[in-house]
Design a protein around this ligand. Structure first.
Ligand SMILES: Nc1ncnc2c1ncn2[C@@H]1O[C@H](COP(=O)(O)OP(=O)(O)OP(=O)(O)O)[C@@H](O)[C@H]1O
Length: 268
């Protein structure tokens, strides 16, 4: 079981406008912990720094300051070289993250072999089928032979989730994992993530604009504004009783299905 600690994370980008050079601070002194079996939602408007944090946690980018530490169940730091096995990213757009020329089997077999989870073709094939079964892509033999364009959007995102699990992920960073999916498919994919999290005791960072799903699926919420955490706490506390003006604004502008029903009744 791995815990991820982000302490005083800072990310600056150097910008050029004409002859002027400026430094833009996209992430400003952000600290949090992702613990096994818990989901933290990271919410905030577009440009608040959510994806930048996802890139830092998964080592796709380096922080300008601060540290990201992984600790095993014994509390000892996990070696740096194992970071990619432990921390996996599920992207917003499953189409863009899958190679159109490769089969589902190839997408899943590669990380299994690369991270030394399986050896040889037969063992790898069985592991691929098992992963497909875990994400409820059935019949697994048939799905394994398909290429990304032969799958629906929801099925593609399930492949992306299976691929994140393949290296034996302990921490999953899901960056708007359902925002590109049809509304009717979103809940199923989020429920899948929640089930896998419970089964594998994963630590999950769920990045979203959607406060309703943040409240439903997350234990804790971090509210990001201009690269800083302006409010944090248990999901119900933060989202039902927001204290910071920005969170109050977010909560007030989120669609409330209950209100819509009342409004429809009134206009009928
Ligand atoms: N490589 C880069 N160079 C310069 N600025 C960048 C770079 N990457 C991100 N930024 C800036 O950093 C800020 C945070 O971007 P980020 O993508 O993390 O926001 P976000 O909260 O994920 O937004 P969205 O919800 O729209 O995905 C933005 O102002 C963005 O323009």
């Amino acid at each position: 079981m791995t815990t991820l600690e982000a302490t005083h994370l800072v990310k600056e980008f150097r910008l050029r406008s004409g002859f002027r050079r400026e430094v833009f601070r996209a992430v400003d002194d952000v600290s949090f912990t992702l613990a096994p079996g818990r989901t933290v939602a990271l919410v905030g408007e577009s440009g608040s720094g959510k994806s930048t944090i996802a890139r830092l946690l998964t080592r796709l980018d380096r922080p300008t300051g601060g540290a990201i530490t992984l600790r095993g169940a014994d509390g000892r730091p996990v070696p740096d070289r194992a970071h990619r096995d432990h921390v996996q990213l599920v992207f917003q757009d499953p189409f863009a993250s899958l190679n159109p020329f490769h089969t589902v089997e190839h997408h899943l077999a590669r990380p299994l072999l690369l991270h030394g989870r399986t050896r040889g073709a037969a063992e790898t094939h069985q592991a691929v089928l098992h992963l497909l079964d875990r994400v409820r892509l059935r019949p697994a033999e048939d799905i394994a032979r398909r290429r990304p364009h032969e799958l629906s959007g929801g099925q593609r995102q399930r492949v992306a989730i299976a691929r994140a699990l393949a290296p034996g992920a302990q921490v999953v960073v899901a960056d708007e994992p359902v925002s590109m999916l049809d509304v009717s498919l979103r809940r199923g994919v989020l429920e899948l993530l929640a089930r896998l999290q419970a089964e594998d005791h994963l630590a999950v960072l769920y990045i979203t604009h959607d406060l309703a799903t943040a409240r439903h699926f997350a234990d804790d919420v971090l509210v990001l504004y201009g690269g800083r955490v302006v409010e944090r706490g248990p999901a119900d506390d933060v989202l039902l009783r927001p204290r910071h003006p920005y969170t109050q604004l977010l909560a007030a502008s989120a669609p409330d299905p209950a209100k819509r029903v009342t409004a429809r009744k009134e206009s009928a």
